[in-house]
Structures are given as C-alpha cells and as structure tokens.
Write a protein that binds this ligand. Structure first.
Ligand code: AMP
Length: 459
C-alpha cells in the first residue's frame, strides 16, 4: 500500500515521501481514506503509531482542495476594517504543550508543498501578545491546549463558526488531566456539521462516552500494533531497599555502555530537579523537565535532548508526554506511575522509530502490588533482575514467572551490568527476589518504602 493509493493529493504524498515515509502505518492505512471521505473517526492507537499523520494528512488534503476554490471575503462589503476574530478551519486539541508543538511542527512538515495553509500553536505559557500576532494572521489550523484556547475564545479572539475539522489528540489524557469541562465548552462553540476525529489510547469508560456524544456514525479503528504492545521494549523490575539503594542502582544502570540517552521518570517536580542536580554532580549531562518550568526552558531542554546534549532527562509524566526522540535507549521509572496507563506511555518514550528499548522500574518492596497492577493492565509479566553488588536485602516470598523475553540489542547486557559482572537473573528466568505477597500499596497516594509521601507529577 502506498500513500498515493490512499487517495492523497500529490503535494501531500510528496511531503510524506520527503519526510522519509515510504509506506503508511496501519493506523494511516485505515484513517486516511475515511478522513478524506469526511467520516468521523474514533481511533484507539498509541503515540509512535503514526497517528499525527493519520489525521493531519487527510485534513491537509481537504484544506488544500478547499483553498483552490475562490475564498469568500470576511465581513460585509463596505464594512470598516476592524479587529476580526480568527476563523480556523481545523482545530487540534492536545493535552500538553509539548504535544501541541510536536503536532504543529509535523503539520508544517506535511504541508511544505501547500501554500496558504498555516498552523499555529495556542498554548499556556506563551506570551499573549505573541499569540495575538499569530491569531491576527487568521491561520487555517490551530493546535491548542484547552485552557489557553478557552481564554482566547472568551475574549472574542477566536470564532469557530467556520470550523470544518476537529481533532482530539490523546483524548484519554485530556480527560485524565481534568479538561472535560473545557473540552465540552470548546465543542459547543463549533458547528454541528464538523468532522470529528478522536484519538485515544483507549476508547473505554469516560472517553468512550464522550466520543459517542461528539461524533456522528464514526468509523472505529482499533490498532494493536507491536509498538502499541511495546514488543520491542524489554522491561525489567529491580527491587530496592531504600532511597540510597535506589540512587546507587540508578547511577550504575545509567553507566550501561549501550545507553545512548535516557528518560528517568519521577513522581514529583521537586524530585525531578533534585535528581537532575545529583546526576549532574555525578558527571552525567542531565536536565529536568516538568510543568513548573517556563515554556522557554522546557523548549531548550527538549532541544538539548534532540541534539544529544542532554543525555539523561529527568521528567514528570505530564511534561514528558509525546516526547519522540529515537535515540532514547532507556527509560527508568525512579518512581512507579500512579496509573498503569502512564507506565505504558512512559516506556513508549524508548523503542521509537522501529528501534529497541529498555525500560527499568526501580521498585520499593512495598510497591509490589503496583507492579502487579501494571502487569494486569499490560497483560505482560515484568521480569525481576538483580545485579551483583546491588542485591536488595529482602528475598523472594514467592516465585513469579517471568515475561516473554523481548528483543533488546545490542549484546546481552540487558541489565546494565558492567562487563565481567554477573547478573543473577536472565531474561525469561524465574525471579530470585520478589514482591511481597500482600503488597503495601494503599490508596491513591501511597507512602513509599523510603518514607516519602508521594504526590504524583504535574496533575
Ligand atoms: P506519532 O504516532 O504521530 O507520534 O508518530 C511517531 C513517529 O513515526 C514520528 O516520528 C513520525 O515522524 C513517524 N512516522 C509517522 N508516519 C510514518 C510512516 N508512514 N513511515 C515512517 N515513519 C512515520
């Protein structure tokens, strides 16, 4: 199957080819023809599946065709020129600023061959005057986070009466982040005849209810690609006794010679800063990324990551969403995420663009139940590894079978052990050391074994 065969305009096929895409991904194969035909779409797919192009290519195709038609003048003839609200044709809502910027730059890439179609990002954290300038150009496409968009709608700077296409990207995440009222308000301001495309990791529960309300006769596309199951990512758990054990083990694992770049996830913004500082002192080029940082600082950090100047990014869930840097070889869960869904998003920061990845969770004994919850959610068991010299004091209470080995390459250095250093647990082998049978996880804000009260991420 080729991009031409999907019915796309030649200029868009050329942009996709120039971007290095030879064949459409499974989500693109299904979504693009339906999108061109004007159907509403409900798509369950993960980041990394090519979902941005799945909604943006058909949208650009339609907008490019519409641009060839004569444009109706804005305002009545003879009317005095005055401030006019922007009247976008397409709106993409995303949960985070990073994802919005990523979608905007993908749109620019896919639209290089089409003149007169502009995409701008409307984000919290960006200065208002700059956004007013962008809106004054009356861009065809807005990519926005819900909160800031509502501000502009309420001050009359945006008018959605001409909107043709609405996309909700990572809709499940937007709902998790509490944007439901904002989203409802935005949708209510758009024409009922619009085309709606909703992308989400899951179409169950609350997101499924909303999806059914806001779409008409949608085509439902469920993608369970190998990348959404993360089959190219080897997962490991290392049990730790306390914070000092955890820090020593992290330092050791970060020295793995197969590590190119890594993301270390922490539960709190403060921990992200503290750990990044500590790693810098230890000689790693580390940087923190979290929601308390100004947008400029976040962008600089992400640029540093993309250019390879930042080797270890220490991040919270929300800030790191959607990061797409193929040279990230390792993901570490310094703290386990609160929700199993976040685990899946976190480990998906590695193993991008067809490569393999390694995801290691550093787990206090009392958090064994959280590991089980993640295993139930992903329907995969995560093998436990122990590295000589870093053994936890507690020993196994019950054997636990290991997950199917992944395909991590290069070499067999899956645990980050130094050359010559023996690792006790090989992939596929039963664990030597285990989660406590009862587990110590209670409630939604557990006190971890190291005694620190955790508040979770940017929520
Ligand atoms: P997304 O799921 O939209 O975040 O895309 C994940 C990555 O896949 C991005 O780096 C895209 O540039 C890339 N990508 C999207 N579509 C294709 C394709 N058809 N062929 C190769 N790479 C693609």
């Amino acid at each position: 199957m080729s991009f031409e065969a999907l019915g796309l305009h030649a200029s868009i096929v050329k942009a996709a080819t120039d971007a290095g895409y030879t064949t459409p991904t499974p989500v693109q194969e299904q979504a693009i023809p339906a999108g061109i035909a004007g159907r509403d779409l409900l798509v369950s797919s993960q980041t990394g599946s090519g979902k941005t192009a799945a909604f943006m290519l058909p949208a650009l195709h339609k907008l490019a065709l519409a641009e060839q038609a004569p444009v109706a003048p804005r305002g009545a003839p003879g009317e005095r020129p005055r401030f006019k609200a922007a009247q976008p044709k397409m709106l993409v809502l995303t949960p985070t600023r990073e994802l919005a910027l990523q979608v905007t730059s993908a749109t620019e890439k896919y639209g290089t061959q089409i003149r007169r179609i502009r995409a701008v990002s409307i984000l919290g954290g960006m200065p208002y005057p700059k956004q007013m300038q962008l809106l004054a150009k009356n861009p065809e496409i807005l990519v926005a986070t819900p909160g800031r968009l509502i501000d502009h709608m309420e001050s009359g700077k945006i008018d959605f009466s001409q909107l043709e296409i609405l996309v909700l990207d990572e809709a499940d995440r937007m709902l998790d982040m509490g944007f439901i009222d904002d989203i409802e308000k935005i949708i209510a301001a758009t024409p009922a005849g619009r085309q709606t495309m909703l992308f989400s990791a899951t179409l169950d529960g609350m997101v499924g209810n909303m999806a059914r309300r806001i779409t008409k006769d949608p085509m439902v596309i469920q993608i369970t690609s190998s990348s959404s199951k993360h089959e190219n990512i080897v997962q490991r758990v290392h049990f730790v006794d306390d914070l000092s054990h955890k820090n020593r083990l992290l330092d050791h694992l970060l020295r793995d010679e197969t590590l190119d770049q890594a993301v270390v996830f922490t539960a709190t913004k403060r921990d992200a800063d503290t750990i990044a500082d500590r790693l810098n002192i230890a000689g790693f080029s580390a940087a923190a990324l979290h929601g308390d940082m100004h947008q400029g600082a976040r962008n600089r950090t992400l640029d540093g990551l993309r250019r390879g100047n930042v080797k270890v990014l220490v991040a919270t869930d929300v800030a790191a969403r959607g990061i797409d840097v193929p040279t990230i070889t390792h993901v570490f869960n310094y703290d386990l995420p609160k929700f199993p869904e976040d685990y899946v998003h976190r480990i998906g920061r590695t193993g991008r663009a067809g490569r393999n990845g390694l995801a290691i969770s550093l787990v206090n004994h009392a958090e064994g139940m959280n590991v089980k919850r993640i295993e139930r959610f992903t329907k995969q068991l995560i093998p436990v590894n122990v590295i000589e010299g870093f053994e936890p004091k507690r020993t196994a209470s019950a054997p636990r079978s290991a997950a199917r080995p992944g395909t991590w390459k290069p070499g067999d250095n899956r645990t980050g052990a130094k050359p010559g250093q023996r690792t006790f647990s090989k992939p596929g082998a039963p664990r030597r050391e285990g989660a406590p049978a009862g587990g110590g996880y209670k409630g939604s804000n557990p006190r971890s074994a190291d005694g620190a009260r955790r508040t979770y991420g940017d929520r």
